[in-house]
Write a protein that binds this ligand. Structure first.
Ligand SMILES: [Zn+2]
Ligand SMILES: [Zn+2]
Length: 170
């Protein structure tokens, strides 16, 4: 389930259209991706489209292996290349985890603002959203901190690090 939310922390703007499923957004996702690729001087190829479909259809960020499982028309070398180009264009975001596998998801501009729970044992990453009221409060606190630090905030990232239910702590 996707949530179409953009936060602009700097100006306090918050545009939300909640509850719109991915199937209805399909065309828009590809249009946004195509525009972002064009801006970075790249063609939005069939491989890129397949990778975006794979990431968009997944409930959580994917490793390259998982992308290949979902985008069966794409060969491994093309998947790496497409992910790199999509990342450079800002369509795809790489998630930093504690394990050796890079994980990818559609940028939050496309998929909606959210946070991650990262398992330090198996590297699994799960998405979650905070209640809107808490996001507003968090933004307000961060804006104040940024003001004191003479810093212009654009966005925030907040990941929870720990162990998932398959990996008992200790
Ligand atoms: Zn785990
Ligand atoms: Zn947030």
């Amino acid at each position: 389930m996707w949530c179409w939310t953009t936060h602009t922390t700097g100006t306090g703007t918050d545009v939300s259209q909640r509850g719109i499923g991915v199937s209805q957004r399909d065309t828009d996702v590809h249009e946004v991706a195509r525009e972002q690729m064009a801006r970075s001087g790249r063609r939005y190829t069939a491989n890129c489209r397949a990778v975006v479909d794979a990431l968009g259809g997944a409930p959580q960020p994917l490793t390259v292996v998982e992308v290949l499982e979902r985008a069966t028309s794409v060969v491994q070398s093309s998947a790496y290349r497409s992910l790199a180009l999509l990342e450079r264009a800002g369509v795809v975001q790489r998630i930093v985890t504690t394990d050796d596998f890079a994980r990818y998801e559609l940028s939050q501009e496309i998929s909606g603002h959210h946070h991650h729970m990262v398992c330090t044992e198996c590297g699994n990453v799960a998405d979650f959203e905070l209640p809107e009221a808490f996001e507003d409060e968090l933004d307000a606190v961060l804006r104040e901190m940024a003001r004191r630090g003479r810093f212009a905030p654009a966005d925030h990232q907040l990941d929870v690090i720990g162990t998932c239910q398959d990996c008992p702590p200790g």
